[in-house]
Design a protein around this ligand. Sequence first.
Ligand SMILES: N[C@@H](CCC(=O)N[C@@H](CS)C(=O)NCC(=O)O)C(=O)O
Length: 264
Amino acid sequence: VGGTQLERPSGARPGVSVRRSFRAHAGDQPRRRPGPIPEPGTMKQESAAPNTPPRSPSPAPSAQHPRDDGDVQALWIFGYGSLVWRPDFAYSDSRVGFVRGYSRRFWQGDTFHRGSDKMPGRVVTLLEDHEGCTWGVAYQVQGEQVSEALKYLNVREAVLGGYDTKEVTFYPQDTPDQPLKALAYVATPQNPGYLGPAPEEAIATQILACRGFSGHNLEYLLRLADFMQLCGPQAQDEHLAAIVDAVGTLLPCFCPTEQALALV
Ligand SMILES: N[C@@H](CCC(=O)N[C@@H](CS)C(=O)NCC(=O)O)C(=O)O
């Protein structure tokens, strides 16, 4: 994958042996293909304490800003899985931050992007969790970008992925006291692709074995882990970290021997 090597803030958690620092797509924000992960410089390291919104945060403005003719003029879209590194829609602004009340889980099956009908991969969804906090990226779309983004995401997320939309409150890392309403795509247990909970080792095994039209499921996992490292020590996702560690443990068993490689 071409592009610039992601820089890690000093003190970031050492990657597990399996981690390869996937190169992000390079690129600033040309009209059609925006750069997926905001430049590391925009992720100022706050204090080590987790960003906590103020006790009585100001009410977040609605996610959708309708125009006089009723069309939506501007919208924030929250990404917490592949949208973190590959939004693939044009946007005007982006913020790294988090949503509260949700935990990210690799509990959604995927038979298109990272898996197949015979070997469904595992991708993430949001689980309602009062104590939960999920880090990701919010993208602002404006004007004609709104309909283009929603049309594109409807196919990628809803039609192909089984996700539904949900309004969430997003806290930008740099301004957690100015929350934003955003649209998130969430795979609920009612969707046919939902796989639900499994031991992290089983999830790791499934991820190691699957690939789909968008690439290997392992790439999906490690790109998300890379993003979380970039967010700094205040951004923790124990579920994600446990799966990455399980992959690191399992990987030697998946590596063919030199002799086997010589035969290919
Ligand atoms: N809705 C989540 C998860 C989205 C996600 O990972 N969706 C899959 C669809 S099953 C996808 O778009 N995959 C594209 C890829 O794997 O590159 C997000 O906001 O990032």
